[in-house]
Design a protein around this ligand. Sequence first.
Ligand code: TYD
Length: 209
Amino acid sequence: MSTAPGLFITFEGIDGAGKSTQARALGAWAEAEGREVVLTREPGGSAGAEEIRRLLVEGTPDRWSGETETLLFTAARRDHLERVIRPALSAGKVVISDRFADSTRVYQGAARGELRGFVDTLHALAIGREPDLTLILDMDPEVALARGLARRSGEDRFEEEGLAFQQKLRAGFLALAASDPARCRVIDASRRPEEITADVIATAREKLQ
Ligand code: TYD
């Protein structure tokens, strides 16, 4: 078992900003550095949370109220934290998650209604853990939206809400980054994937050492 302390890194940003590609690239790099890596995602990441994910990503945009949606995301996150994230960090692993609590702060807390107080109270009660480092992949929503919708996976409930919504999300993530500069780094994700990866690795390297 590794003796290094665990490290919890999250990727955040609007739909289609390339988070999963960059999460994989960072994971491969950390493994090459000799670390054990757990790559995971939200909503989902544990068996129970993946079941909740289906309730969240399928169906029409008005399927749930903002409050119900927040409760479901938080329930999924609690399971993910208990079953996957905490055990891996305790074992000294590097946990890299494609989305975590900042997505709820921005999607449910800001962009889908004024639920930030509700989101923050639930987070404090049920989650109470922040990542060591959050990489916010920032890009023009018009480009990201085109990429996201191109995927057409049957999981389009959130992406279908349009460009104005994605612009609100972008502003929400940038505001969040500004409010917590010790944890969050904004990465320009409009560049070529290799350039973004180089930036991601340089930022994570500081935390890993
Ligand atoms: P995800 O699978 O990351 O989609 P994408 O790869 O397109 O970014 O997440 C599915 C959707 O769920 C996505 O539109 C963001 C949304 N979401 C929330 O609204 N709140 C949350 O807390 C999380 C984790 C995701």
